[in-house]
Design a protein around this ligand. Structure first.
Ligand code: TYD
Length: 135
């Protein structure tokens, strides 16, 4: 889907376990200005329901699994993240919903900008109007 994609990170493995390094602008297509993580999401809970105007993000499920529903005005897709060496890139004007978080799952998010509520579009009909101009 335009404006989204999967990124495969390094997996440095030895007898002590696994290590995945992520460097801004090297392993992902932007400078990382913010990180946050989502934990302890209850069964049946869906989060997200928004898109961003400028923000670029990469979502990594570092433990457990989670599903992400991605929408643009023309199509929709569901991606399951369950591998800590895979990142899901989500660019501007993509609607996202995160659901089916397994117990103990941790969703790490790398973001290109500091938090700015004005960059969110949280109203789906308004999202469709704005996104239709771009897709
Ligand atoms: P939100 O982005 O709506 O979460 P989700 O898309 O996972 O459902 O954010 C939830 C709340 O947290 C909202 O009140 C804004 C706040 N928040 C911050 O203060 N800083 C941040 O970096 C993020 C991502 C959210």
């Amino acid at each position: 889907m335009f404006n989204t994609g999967l990124i495969k990170f390094k997996d440095i493995t030895d007898k002590y376990g696994h290590l995945t390094p992520i460097e801004g602008k090297v392993d992902i297509p932007f400078e990382i200005k913010r990180i946050y993580y989502i934990t302890k999401v209850g069964e049946g809970v869906t989060r997200g329901f928004h898109s961003h105007k400028k923000l670029h993000q990469v979502l990594i499920c570092v433990n457990g699994s989670v599903k992400i529903r991605l929408k643009n005005p023309k199509t929709e897709d569901i991606v399951e993240l369950s591998d800590p060496t895979i990142g899901l890139y989500i660019g501007p004007y993509i609607w996202r919903e995160m659901f089916d978080f397994t117990e103990g799952s941790v969703l790490l998010v790398l973001a290109s900008e500091l938090y700015d509520e004005n960059d969110y579009t949280r109203e789906y009909d308004f999202y469709l109007e704005e996104a239709k101009k771009r897709f």
